[in-house]
Design a protein around this ligand. Structure first.
Ligand SMILES: [Zn+2]
Length: 102
């Protein structure tokens, strides 16, 4: 039987019994859609880009942005889900924390 706990508070969640919420977060470097123009796509540039990619493969280093894509997946109980959707970035919590520290 699947054993699932809330990733936020650690509460046991019984499948089919307790409501369970899945949070998926994907973070990646944004690309400006205007970055590549038609001029960039003519053959000369494609060759340059291809050569660039080959160079990067040869040196064993990927493009800097390759590591920038991160995916997160969390299971949350009903209460934690409610808190999450109210304040997905935890800003409320951080502010409270700052204020209480005097
Ligand atoms: Zn929880």
């Amino acid at each position: 039987m699947m054993h699932i706990t809330c990733d936020s508070c650690g509460k046991d969640l019984q499948p089919g019994d307790d409501p369970r919420y899945v949070i998926k977060i994907e973070a990646f470097a944004a690309h400006d859609p205007g970055e590549i123009t038609e001029d960039d796509l003519d053959e000369d540039h494609l060759e340059e880009i291809g050569q660039l990619l080959l160079d990067m493969e040869a040196s064993g280093e990927g493009p800097e942005l390759a590591d920038a894509r991160k995916k997160f997946r969390y299971d949350l109980c009903h209460d934690c889900h409610k808190k999450f959707v109210r304040d997905p970035l935890g800003r409320e919590f951080i502010q409270k924390f700052d204020f209480s520290e005097n």
